[in-house]
Unconditional design. Structure first.
Length: 277
């Protein structure tokens, strides 16, 4: 599933490629991608509007329209946004096509159909998409001090991986980056938030910020399934820098111990038992 670095990569490209363009027409196929409103409502509210800004809220993309509405996009497991010429053939699983008056299209492709697009308004978002208002702080867009981070951590009694992945606490971190952050910090995934020393809290905070910034710099991570690509169809390069994720039975790149795989909350978790404590 695309996480904060992948979604931020797409956001920055949308800002360059799409903001300022006017929507000429909208095509919606299938039944799942647009599901919070009817296709007719979605098309009507988007057609003839101009995209004026784009921001990211955790794993959500929010495009501001000059009508005052917001177009939200959630890629979920296999969703892709692709900037393509109208003459290019549509690939299989293309569910939404937005055509601009200046030429070119923005296409939403999603083989597994868990992703979605919907339009809401700031005045109605609480009823249309309450989960967005429940998101926690964003480590890139709304950085907090390590002391505030420590207070958040100290007020919970949770396992560290669960803490990092709880979207109501920190918005945007998922399975890949929680493993990478914990390895960088030298902390085990099942340590309690209450067990960390002040030095360990500072190390965790620093690792979180550094890992996320580095991942964005390299365009995020594209795994073997190649389901994440950017607007141009290019995979992310950060996978080559993974220290533990999907590297079970391979040598740890820090201590040369062996990376192991465990099951945590129905997810595969990767860690080095030699240098994570």
């Amino acid at each position: 599933m695309p996480e904060l670095p992948e979604v931020e990569t797409v956001r920055r490209q949308l800002e360059r490629e799409v903001v300022g363009r006017k929507v000429k027409e909208v095509e919606v196929s299938g039944t799942r991608t647009v599901r919070r409103q009817t296709k007719r409502q979605f098309i009507s509210r988007l057609t003839d509007t101009k995209l004026t800004a784009v921001r990211r809220q955790g794993k959500y993309l929010a495009l501001t329209l000059d009508s005052g509405d917001l177009l939200y996009v959630h890629l979920r497991m296999s969703g892709q946004l692709r900037r393509q010429a109208a003459k290019e053939p549509k690939v299989k699983h293309t569910h939404v096509v937005i055509t601009f008056t200046q030429g070119g299209q923005l296409r939403f492709i999603d083989p597994r159909t868990f992703g979605e697009l919907f339009i809401t308004n700031p005045d109605t978002i609480a009823e249309d998409a309450p989960e967005i208002l429940a998101l926690g702080f964003d480590p890139l867009e709304e950085p907090i001090s390590w002391r505030d981070f420590a207070r958040l951590l100290r007020t919970r009694d949770m396992k560290l991986k669960a803490f990092l992945m709880d979207q109501s606490i920190i918005a945007g971190i998922g399975n890949i980056y929680s493993d990478e952050i914990l390895h960088e910090a030298g902390l085990l995934y099942d340590r309690s938030t209450q067990s960390l020393t002040t030095m360990e809290v500072r190390r965790l905070y620093r690792s979180m910020v550094e890992i996320l910034h580095d991942a964005v710099k390299h365009g995020g991570s594209t795994l073997d399934d190649e389901q994440f690509v950017d607007l141009a169809g290019k995979p992310g390069d950060y996978t080559q820098f993974h220290q533990v994720y999907n590297r079970d039975k391979q040598p740890c790149r820090r201590c040369r111990g062996t990376v192991e795989k465990a099951r945590f909350s129905q997810r595969s978790t990767y860690y080095c038992p030699s240098c994570q404590m």
